[in-house]
Design a protein around this ligand. Structure first.
Ligand code: B12
Length: 210
């Protein structure tokens, strides 16, 4: 098995120490950080997403794999900067005001990072102002999560505030969370919706044209 394949397998099974050790070994063997990222980590997360969609993986397996990917990615980051590897785009993600659920949001953040995006995690109970300022700071995608039917209307409010601030044209808005549907996303004027973390990452790539 090649070293890249070993990295892929370590991430898929969620063996974080092994993933880190293998990434270190790959860098010592002079493999480029870009190769390790794309053929090792991103490809592993693509497969994890597929296993989840096919019902072979559940949320815990996906979380463990994402954690292994994150540890390895932290090791890789300084090397990626050195090599000048550009992320696909900057995603700012947060759970909307009044809502404290963050498990799904964090999973979406990890899958998007695994897909090659730079991530800004705004956390939970995020005010419209915070979303606005992160767009002003250059976010290409704003991703909002809501788990309560009572906080879903805040997504519409945030989109209206983005419009009022004259920023709507420069940002892609994605929404999701258990009670959110494609119909709701259309109704409030969001650009994208996805039902789970792996399709969210794919949708983000699609919306940004990669
Ligand atoms: C865990 C949980 C909690 C935990 C949250 C812990 C945490 N750190 O997140 C705690 C105990 C704190 C909690 C509190 C409350 N909860 Co709660 N909670 C849940 C529960 C059981 C699971 C949610 C979860 O994590 N699911 C697993 C993740 C992986 O799934 P997910 O969040 O849906 O995310 C996936 C997709 O939706 C999508 N996705 C998510 N976000 C995004 C964003 C984008 C952009 C995209 C594209 C996709 C996407 O991808 C994710 C990954 O695949 C749900 C029940 C349920 N079945 O949803 C109730 C539930 C959401 N809670 C509920 C309620 C009522 C509450 C409380 C009001 C209870 C109370 N009386 O205090 C409080 C509210 C607190 C607040 N202000 O937020 C209700 C909501 C009902 C409603 N109609 O609104 C639910 C549905 C339970 C129920 N059946 O009544 N809760």
């Amino acid at each position: 098995m090649s070293l890249i394949e070993e990295i892929r397998q370590a991430v898929i099974v969620g063996d974080a120490p092994d993933a880190k050790a293998k990434v270190e070994q790959a860098l010592n063997d002079n493999l480029t950080a870009d190769t390790v990222l794309r053929e090792g980590l991103i490809d592993a997360m693509r497969e994890v997403g597929q296993l989840f969609e096919e019902g072979d993986f559940f949320v815990p397996e996906m979380l463990i794999a994402a954690r292994a990917m994150k540890g390895a990615l932290d090791l890789l980051k300084p090397h990626l900067v050195e090599e000048g590897v550009e992320p696909l785009g900057k995603v700012a993600i947060g759970t909307v005001k009044g809502d404290l659920h963050d498990i799904g949001k964090s999973l979406v953040a990890m899958m998007m990072e695994g897909a090659g995006f730079e991530l800004v995690d705004l956390g939970v109970d995020v005010s419209p102002d915070k979303f606005i300022s992160v767009i002003q700071d250059g976010a290409d995608i704003v991703a909002m999560s809501a788990l309560l039917t009572t906080t879903m209307p805040n997504m519409k409010l945030i989109i209206e505030e983005i419009e009022a601030a004259g920023l709507r044209e420069q940002v892609v808005v994605m929404v999701g969370g258990a009670p959110v549907t494609q119909a709701f996303a259309d109704q409030i004027g969001a650009d994208g919706y996805a039902a789970d973390a792996s399709s969210a990452a794919r949708k983000a790539q699609e919306l940004i044209g990669r």
